[in-house]
Design a protein around this ligand. Structure first.
Ligand code: NAD
Ligand code: DAU
Length: 345
């Protein structure tokens, strides 16, 4: 079995590669990643010398290169994590989100059509459903909830989802889509809420909370997301959408206070700042379908997951300090020259 994993040098993609290499020692895993600001080759250092693994630096929008890799590897399965993923950046500069998240998805699926695969899996997000009101805790996103996006990021992800379903209906491409809630865990880029707050708190810097901090997110430990995708690509039905989430809703301000408490930092670091434009109020996933059909359930409780995550950031200061300083971009270029399984096309 050969699997192409795009965006594998990012947060969830790297965790997925670690999971797959450990779980399926007989599989060949090809990571295709452009190494944007969010991709960090040092994250993949533990698998770089593994004969099961190949890293290719490539843009999913670059048709010629993508086809070349498919021609060489003839993958059975493609899991598309590659995306511009940060809502705030999409508000500042939507263009690259449309390019990577929509055109990149189309290019990957065109390659799948040309070379033939058994499964194309699109890693999507609960943000395609828009948001829920704070005063209706009885409401959840199901797979039937209409698409109703708020940001350029979520709109680009929704457009990609629609394209994926269109490629299934029009060309018969064997696709699946998963829509997950907010992830947290190791290798999370320190521009997102949890890793940013941990890094800033450790540096005694202000903790910027948007608006009143009462927006709610539904947090899932990244390993649980990876296990869910593993199930969907192997056992999920073709043409189907699966929601992934663990019923773990938290207000932003409560998470920030929890991080302060865990690190022994004062709440005086918390700084309320101007709200995000179009800020979604609440996300909440109903994961009944993936539970009933595939038996998936989250394994990590938030109290344990956040402890593990904070510990990881404490023990891996070098990783996030290098990421914050931007120094890793230089280090990465050095790495690409050194490792012979790393092909810079
Ligand atoms: P990330 O920003 O940490 O990583 C994205 C990766 O994609 C990086 O390695 C980057 O270099 C790569 N990439 C970006 N543009 C590329 C391109 N044109 N060609 C090839 N590679 C490119 O993102 P993440 O948080 O790991 O999210 C991964 C996927 O999961 C995304 O599709 C995102 O929409 C989805 N998702 C994320 C969350 C979450 O909470 N983080 C939740 C649900 C779904
Ligand atoms: O729900 C899944 C989505 O979760 C993914 O599709 C996205 O790729 C991922 O980035 C994430 O989006 P969010 O916008 O929910 O995550 P973020 O960490 O950026 O913000 C979480 C909440 O915290 C949100 O309500 C905004 C708030 N926030 C965020 C930052 C970065 C702050 O209050 N202060 C901050 O500095």
């Amino acid at each position: 079995m050969t699997i192409i994993v795009t965006g594998g040098a990012g947060f969830i993609g790297s965790n997925f590669i670690f999971h797959m290499i450990e779980r399926y020692p007989e599989y060949r895993i090809i990571c295709l990643d452009k190494l944007t600001y969010a991709g960090n080759l040092s994250t993949l250092a533990p698998v770089m010398d593994n004969p099961q693994f190949r890293f290719v630096k490539a843009d999913i929008c670059d048709r010629e290169v993508v086809y070349k890799i498919f021609g060489e590897e003839h993958p059975d399965i493609v899991v598309n994590f590659a995306a511009e993923s940060h809502v705030d950046r999409s508000i500042e500069n939507p263009g690259v989100f449309l390019e990577t998240n929509i055109m990149g998805t189309a290019t990957m699926m065109d390659a799948c059509r040309k070379y033939g695969i058994t499964r194309y899996h699109q890693v999507s997000t609960d943000e395609v459903y828009g948001d829920l009101p704070l005063d209706r805790p009885d409401l959840f996103f199901t797979e039937e909830t209409p698409i109703h996006t708020s940001s350029p990021y979520s709109s680009s992800k929704a457009a990609a989802d629609l394209l994926v379903l269109a490629y299934h209906r029009t060309y018969g491409l064997p696709v699946s889509i998963s829509r997950c809630s907010n992830n947290y865990g190791p290798y999370h880029f320190p521009e997102k809420l949890i890793p940013l707050m941990i890094a800033n708190a450790l540096n005694d810097k202000p903790l910027p909370v948007y608006g009143e901090g009462i927006n709610v997110r539904d947090w899932l430990y990244v390993e649980d997301h990876c296990k869910a995708i593993d199930l969907v690509i192997h056992k999920g039905r073709v043409g189907e959408v699966y929601n992934i989430g663990g019923h773990n809703e938290m207000r932003n301000i409560d998470i920030v206070k929890m991080i302060c408490d865990a690190l022994g930092k004062p709440y005086s670091l918390i700084t309320y700042v101007t709200d995000r434009k179009g800020h979604d109020m609440r996300y909440a996933i109903d994961p009944t379908k993936i539970h009933n059909e595939l038996g998936w359930l989250p394994e990590t409780k938030f109290a344990d997951g956040i402890k593990k995550t904070i510990q990881w950031y404490l023990y891996n200061c070098e990783w996030w300090e290098t990421v914050i300083s931007g120094e890793y971009q230089t280090t990465m270029r050095k790495c690409t020259g050194i490792d012979n399984r790393t092909i810079d096309i």
